[in-house]
Ligand binder design. Structure first.
Ligand SMILES: C[S@@+](CC[C@H](N)C(=O)[O-])C[C@H]1O[C@@H](n2cnc3c(N)ncnc32)[C@H](O)[C@@H]1O
Length: 254
């Protein structure tokens, strides 16, 4: 803890910071070892995660801040769509824009659970079974960062600038309602990484039950459930499991 201060409610309202590798390092390993042909990103902001992709890439963000950041690298094709993900999916087919189904996606846009659910539904439709969809921020380490509104507060002080939002609810819903998916959760800093494969682009379960599932997600309460219980339900593992080609290829292949 910061300055040796003891904060109450360890486990329920806060847990130790993730001990695994930072999410950008893990993403980089996925790119290196899986070599996707196509990459799709919701929420690119300044381009830190987008810069890692070296294949045909498509990014969607209503307010990208790529100025001064080199995200092109060796991408053969790069499209940036200045739209919200909902507006993007309503008007465009990412498969057409990328020249094939999405191999790898990183969903890191609006941090409300219903937004991430829609991003997942819309992205899965354009994937193939072995594609990998990565979700950011679904494993918050403090309760304040998991609020729907960013308050700038932190139980231990050092997370006052981190906002994960309530997308943890989406990860939990997918784990419960889509047992057909392979959902792996990793202790990647600062707010976790969830990797999903064994996708079913023709599944309509989530879209058919969208309103019901949003109600179900919003009924979950992290204060009463406890972050430790969320992590147990999500079966959080160490990023050491996927730190090299062998580890990654045991679980994912494109
Ligand atoms: C946390 S930042 C993304 C960070 C980036 N992926 C990285 O790792 O460096 C979130 C981004 O999502 C974008 N965003 C917010 N609402 C969105 C929406 N409805 N659709 C797509 N992107 C959205 C914001 O403009 C912001 O740039």
């Amino acid at each position: 803890l910061d300055q040796g201060i003891t904060a109450p409610d360890e486990g329920r309202l806060w847990v130790r910071d993730h001990a695994g590798d930072p999410y950008l390092k893990v993403l980089e390993r996925f790119h290196i070892h899986l070599q996707p042909n196509t990459y799709f990103e919701v929420g690119c902001d300044r381009g830190a995660s987008l810069a890692l992709a070296q294949c045909a890439s498509l990014a969607v963000d209503p307010q990208p801040r790529l100025d001064g950041v080199s995200v092109i690298g060796s991408k053969p094709v790069f499209t940036l769509c200045r739209k919200t993900s909902d507006a993007f999916f309503a008007a465009h087919d990412p498969k057409t824009m990328l020249g094939g189904p999405i191999d790898m996606a990183f969903l890191d846009g609006m941090h409300w659970c219903e937004f991430l659910l829609r991003d997942f539904i819309n992205t899965e439709r354009h994937c193939r079974r072995n594609s990998v969809i990565l979700l950011h921020d679904c494993l918050p380490v403090e309760q304040p960062m998991a609020e729907r509104v960013f308050t700038g507060t932190s139980i231990r002080g050092h997370h006052s600038q981190s906002w994960a939002g309530d997308v943890w609810r989406t990860a939990l819903l997918l784990k419960r309602r889509r047992p057909d998916l392979q959902i792996d959760s990793y202790d990647s800093g600062p707010t976790g990484l969830v990797c999903i494969t064994n996708l079913d682009p023709r599944s309509t379960l989530l879209s058919d039950n969208y309103a019901l599932y949003v109600q179900e997600m919003l009924a979950e309460n992290l204060d009463t459930m406890g972050i430790d219980a969320l992590f147990a339900a999500m079966q959080v593992e160490s990023t050491a499991t996927i730190q090299d080609r062998q580890g990654i290829s045991k679980r994912y292949w494109l």
